[in-house]
Design a protein around this ligand. Structure first.
Ligand code: HEC
Length: 232
C-alpha cells in the first residue's frame, strides 16, 4: 500500500510542532523583551553599553576572556554563585535573558577558570586596579593563572626629569623610571568591565526574601560572601 501521503503529513506535523516549540514559542516569550524601568531608582535596565564600553566589548571578545570567565549567575540552590556574591540584584537572584538584551555577542562562557564577571562592575570599581590586573594579574592576585595582557600596554623609560603621564600605571618599585601606559583597547576593556552589572530587579527574577531564621537553625541562612580568594 502506498503510504506516501501519510508519511508526508506525519513529517509535516512533526516539523511544524518542532518549529512551534523551538522557534515560535521562545521568540514569543523572549523576542519582544525591552528595557525595564526600575521604579526605585527611575533608571532603565539593562543599559546599552555606549562609546568606550561598547568598544571594550569587542576587545573582551577578541581576547577570548570568555574562555575562562562566565557571565551567567545560576539560581540559588544550583551551585555556589549566589553565595560567592556573583548575583547582583537586591537579593541573591540569577541571570535572566533580559540581562543580555544589548549584548552584541552573548558571551555566557562555559568554563570558570576565573570568577564570573556578571557584576564585576559592582565588585571592583577601581579603574587602576583593573588596568594593573590586566597588565600583571599576579601582582594583585598572587598565584593567579590569568595570563597577563601586556600587549594592551606600552612601556617606555622616562628621560631624566620627565614627568610621569597621569594615565600611567602606578610605578613598579622594581622598575623605577619606567612608565607603563594603557592602550586605547585596554581603557575600552576596563570601561566595559566596570560597566558590567545586573542589579535591576526584574519581574522574571524577583528579589529573594530571606525568611526569618530561628537562631538554632544557622544552616538555613546562606550568607552572601565575597568571591573566594584565588587558588594559591
Ligand atoms: C586562562 C584563563 C583566563 C583568561 C583567558 C582570562 N582570565 Fe581573568 N581571571 C582568571 C583567573 C584564574 C582569575 C582569578 C585570579 C585573579 O584575580 O587574577 C581571573 C580574574 C579576573 C578578574 C578579577 C575578578 C574578581 O572577581 O576579582 C577580572 C576582572 C578578569 N579576570 C578579567 C579578565 C579579562 C578582561 C580577560 C580577557 C582580556 C581575562 N580575564 C582572561 C583567568 C583568566
Amino acid at each position: 500500500m502506498n503510504q506516501g501521503p501519510l508519511v508526508f503529513v506525519g513529517t509535516f506535523f512533526a516539523l511544524a510542532a518542532t518549529w512551534f516549540t523551538f522557534v515560535l514559542e521562545p521568540s514569543q516569550q523572549i523576542g519582544n523583551q525591552s528595557q525595564f524601568l526600575i521604579e526605585d531608582s527611575g533608571q532603565l535596565f539593562p543599559v546599552k553599553p555606549a562609546g568606550l564600553a561598547h568598544q571594550g566589548e569587542a576587545v573582551y571578545r577578541a581576547n577570548g576572556c570568555f574562555y575562562c570567565h562566565t557571565m551567567q549567575v545560576r539560581p540559588q540552590g544550583l551551585g555556589g554563585d549566589v553565595a560567592r556574591g556573583w548575583g547582583a540584584r537586591s537579593g541573591p537572584v540569577q541571570s535572566v535573558s533580559r540581562d543580555y538584551l544589548f549584548a552584541e555577542t552573548t558571551m555566557l562562557g562555559s568554563q570558570r577558570v576565573g570568577p564570573d564577571l556578571t557584576n564585576i562592575g559592582l565588585r571592583q570599581t577601581n579603574l587602576v586596579w583593573h588596568l594593573q590586573h590586566l597588565y600583571d594579574p599576579s601582582s594583585l592576585a598572587p598565584g593567579s593563572t590569568m595570563p597577563p595582557y601586556r600587549f594592551l600596554f606600552t612601556k617606555h623609560t622616562l628621560k631624566p626629569g620627565q614627568k610621569r603621564s597621569p594615565d600611567a600605571l602606578p610605578e613598579d618599585p622594581k622598575a623605577p623610571g619606567v612608565e607603563v601606559l594603557p592602550s586605547d583597547d585596554a581603557k575600552a576593556l576596563v570601561a566595559y568591565l566596570t560597566g558590567l552589572h545586573s542589579d535591576g530587579v526584574l519581574y522574571e527574577a524577583p528579589a529573594f526574601y530571606v525568611k526569618p531564621v530561628a537562631k538554632a537553625d544557622k544552616k538555613a541562612a546562606v550568607p552572601v560572601t565575597p568571591a573566594p580568594a584565588p587558588a594559591k
